[in-house]
Ligand binder design. Structure first.
Ligand code: THU
Length: 139
């Protein structure tokens, strides 16, 4: 179970990271904050491209930054998203590609924290990505 202080820290970090979003095409700004097992928080925001498909989501920016820093174990992730320049007002769940990337490093019970501007909602990774493909399938 996550304590309230940890949840608030991660949501606040995700909201701050969202300010760094580069999203001139969608106008949808996303922020993510990933807590590593050693207590370090890694953040990310979505970064878009004029050719659209190279766009990278906030969650993957946070995860790849952390993995490149040598981290391999993670405790929780907070994600916030909404119209750029406006306050967050609805839950923003990770896209399918990000769910797959999270499953590479995070356990089925890994908590994904969503925030609608009022109430954090915690969803286990296995609920977001059931019956997933994993390294165990690569036999
Ligand atoms: N996006 C994220 O960064 N994370 C999500 O969970 C959903 C979508 C980004 C990608 C794109 O820059 C914009 O939001 C609209 O899809």
């Amino acid at each position: 179970m996550m304590n309230q202080e940890t949840i608030k820290t991660l949501v606040d970090n995700a909201l701050a990271a969202r300010e760094k979003s580069y999203c001139p095409y969608s106008g949808f700004a996303v922020g993510a904050a990933l807590l590593a097992a050693d207590g370090t928080v890694y953040t990310g925001a979505n970064i878009e491209s004029a050719s659209f498909t190279p766009t990278v989501c906030a969650e993957r920016v946070a995860m790849f930054t952390a993995v490149h820093a040598g981290q391999r174990e993670f405790t929780a992730l907070a994600v916030v998203g909404g119209k750029k320049g406006a306050d967050v007002s609805a839950y923003c769940a990770p896209c399918g590609v990000c769910r797959q990337v999270l499953s590479e490093f995070c356990a089925p019970d890994f908590p994904v924290i969503l925030f609608d501007g009022n109430t954090p909602k915690i969803i286990p990774l296995s609920t977001l990505l059931p019956a997933s493909f994993s390294k165990a399938d690569l036999v």
